[in-house]
Design a binder for this molecule. Structure first.
Ligand SMILES: C[S@@+](CC[C@H](N)C(=O)[O-])C[C@H]1O[C@@H](n2cnc3c(N)ncnc32)[C@H](O)[C@@H]1O
Length: 203
């Protein structure tokens, strides 16, 4: 049950900036890692699938995983509309990730997870040897980004960098991700994000 995001699902894509930013992030990922037609991709915390659908035309399969059933309904409707038959959804409230993926990508989800480090460690188990993990999330912010309370007001890059390295992941890239502009109390505010890409070494 994920009431907050269930309530937001139907209108999530009405904010065109989200669509544009997800494409921008996809392009940044493509600059760093190869994406091939034999690959399976996991979009973790996919929402309506804004990041994962960028991969879909180029790869074998995309799994869209989220804890919001309503977000996943949006993904399913979109896949039908776009006639993509290589997309499946995974409701993480009901099922676990069991497959192995060549690329695991996540956009703006980790700060919504209290134990995000545990979540990342679990994701690494689902990465094929030689696979890539691509994590984009908010840099630390002053708490104004959300109206509601969230587990983390951004995440320090070094926490993720250190965790990945400690797990034997080679850091391929640790850079700025997308930038998000919001008007808060009539003031324009800019929120930065990071994009950390790591590679699981082959045994
Ligand atoms: C800010 S939204 C981002 C959605 C999408 N990645 C995007 O950028 O449009 C965060 C998403 O994380 C999902 N989420 C929250 N907790 C989660 C968890 N523990 N595991 C997986 N997804 C989760 C929410 O349901 C929501 O769809």
């Amino acid at each position: 049950m994920n009431e907050n995001f269930d309530n937001k699902a139907a209108t999530w894509d009405a904010n065109q900036q989200r669509v544009i930013r997800a494409k921008e992030l996809f392009d940044k990922i493509l600059e760093v890692i190869p994406v091939g037609e034999d690959m399976s991709i996991l979009d973790f915390g996919c929402g309506t699938g804004l990041l994962g659908f960028n991969f879909a035309p180029h790869v074998k399969h995309v799994t869209f995983a989220d804890t919001s059933a309503k977000m996943l309904e949006q993904v399913e409707q979109k896949a039908l509309k776009l006639r993509y038959n290589n997309c499946t959804t995974l409701n993480l409230e009901k099922s676990q990730i069991t497959r192995q993926y060549n690329i695991i990508a996540s956009l703006l989800t980790l700060h919504h997870i209290t134990e995000f480090e545990t979540a990342i460690i679990n994701l690494l188990d689902s990465l094929t040897p030689g696979g890539y993990i691509c994590l984009c999330d908010l840099d630390p912010e002053d708490g104004s980004f959300h109206r509601e309370q969230v587990p983390h007001c951004g995440i320090q890059r070094r926490r993720i960098h250190t965790l990945l390295e400690a797990r034997g992941i080679q850091i391929i890239s640790n850079t700025a991700g997308i930038t998000i502009n919001k008007t808060i109390d009539n003031l324009e505010k800019e929120y930065t994000t990071f994009l950390i890409i790591g590679k699981k070494l082959t045994e």
